[in-house]
Design a binder for this molecule. Structure first.
Ligand code: GLU
Length: 425
């Protein structure tokens, strides 16, 4: 059988099923996505030629509410990947108790090769192609890998043009001036930070004696590195797609972020410019970063980073997954045997969709919250669900990942049962 991310994603679900009394109906319903859409998006390029891009949107399950999930722009986007990510979103929303099902979208494109106007035409073209498949009570978009608030603004506005009215709640993660929530931009990292800080404090760890390596320096990884370093953690390594830097005594994250923002490239800090004057560091590879002897490893890049190939060499005591699906199921077993505590994506990176939910609520109520309100509610939600997952892991003697799936499946199972026998869609 060919390698499929979705087959791997389903393994987590099957493992958790042993511990949850889920009806056969519910299991059958969760086996396939509710609906998948493949579209082609013609885009007039700046030089007058026409490029056609492949796009997808998968709505996995809407038993607990309208489906919710990001849109990814990446050269490796495929239907298999989008379906797996939509499946994960279903469990993420259930694990956090958000009133949403799971969805995901994507376009197979390298957005770095497009001009801003080409990117705008592509984003609007995507919404034109999927407009009948989405809606504020049906399926709500958000940012994901290589998409951001500006792109979400274009998508929301395009949907509003099609509907001939303003529909802010069809997309979350918009610019604040278009109805975006304060704190959405930092929410994924902030949520992860709350989970990490809470878990480590429960285990008696203090920040200044805890070293941290972060793989990925995008919206999740860079913000987590900065939050952690401000809280006193020793952030010893960070990386982007081009490479990694390491300093045993800790890196100056705010300066590195500034460099990265101005140059768009971590390479700019490879001992050019003043960061090197602030702290000495070594240049290492992304693979080496994952295998560093640190207390905490936070993969915040793409899927399948910790695999059967390198799991045995991972030395971190804790892993907090900011990326979706960074660890394969086989690697999970190896990490488990080594006694490494893995806190799973569907909990750790759920801060993003949690504040997306807050944004959707604010759009529908037309009443906007302060940043302090947003962060306080995010904190309370993350800590509450983390505590429940820790309790399940303890009581059922399972990994935190399986506990998070049990938690999600229990909520999903109750929703399936409450719906009764209906199979009319
Ligand atoms: N793309 C993010 C995720 O994977 C956020 C989704 C959302 O806000 O709807 O969780």
């Amino acid at each position: 059988m060919s390698h499929s991310l979705f087959t791997e994603a389903s393994q987590r679900f099957n493992k958790a099923l042993q511990y949850v009394d889920l009806s056969q109906d519910a299991i059958a319903r969760l086996t396939y996505p509710k609906a998948s859409l493949s579209v082609s998006i013609p885009v007039r390029m700046d030089d007058g030629t026409l490029n056609v891009y492949q796009g997808y949107r998968v709505r996995y399950d809407d038993t607990r509410g309208p489906t919710k999930g990001g849109v990814r722009f990446h050269p490796h986007v495929s239907l298999d990947e989008v379906q797996s990510l939509a499946f994960w979103m279903t469990f993420k929303c259930a694990a956090l108790g958000l009133p949403f099902g799971g969805a995901k979208g994507g376009i197979t494109v390298n957005p770095k090769q497009l001009s801003s106007s080409e990117l705008e035409r592509l984003s609007r073209g995507y919404v034109n192609a999927i407009a009948d498949f989405i809606g504020p009570d049906v399926d709500i978009l958000a940012p994901d890998v290589y998409t951001n608030a500006i792109i979400m603004g274009w998508m929301m506005e395009q949907y509003s043009i099609i509907r001939r009215k303003s529909v802010p709640s069809v997309v979350t993660g918009k610019p604040v001036v278009m109805g975006g929530s304060l704190g959405r931009n930092t929410a994924t990292a902030m949520g992860a930070f709350y989970v990490m800080n809470h878990v480590l404090a429960l285990q008696g760890r203090v920040p200044h004696k805890t070293s941290l390596a972060v793989q990925g320096f995008g919206n999740a990884g860079a913000v987590l590195a900065e939050l952690a370093s401000k809280a006193g953690y020793k952030v010893v390594a960070v990386s982007d797609s081009k490479g990694a830097i390491y300093a045993a005594q800790g890196l100056d994250i705010p300066s590195i972020r500034q460099f990265k923002e101005s140059s768009r490239d971590l390479k700019a800090v490879y001992c050019k410019g003043t960061v090197c004057d602030v702290v000495e560091h070594d240049v290492i590879t992304n693979a080496e970063l994952l295998e560093l002897d640190v207390d905490v490893l936070a993969p915040a890049a793409l899927e399948n980073q910790i695999t059967v190939e390198n799991a045995d060499r991972i030395q971190a005591r804790y892993i907090f997954e900011l990326a979706n699906g960074p660890t394969t199921p086989e690697a999970d077993d190896i990490l488990d045997e080594k006694g490494i505590q893995v806190f799973p994506d569907i909990l750790v990176n759920a801060g993003g969709v949690t504040v997306s939910y807050f944004e959707w609520v604010q759009n529908r109520g037309g009443f906007y919250w302060t940043l302090q309100d947003v962060n306080q509610r995010l904190h309370d939600k993350m800590v509450e669900e983390t505590n429940q997952i820790l309790a399940i892991a303890h009581d059922s003697a399972v990994s935190h990942r399986t506990a998070a799936y049990i938690h999600a499946l229990t909520r999903l199972g109750k929703a399936f049962n409450a719906q009764g026998l209906s199979v009319e869609y």
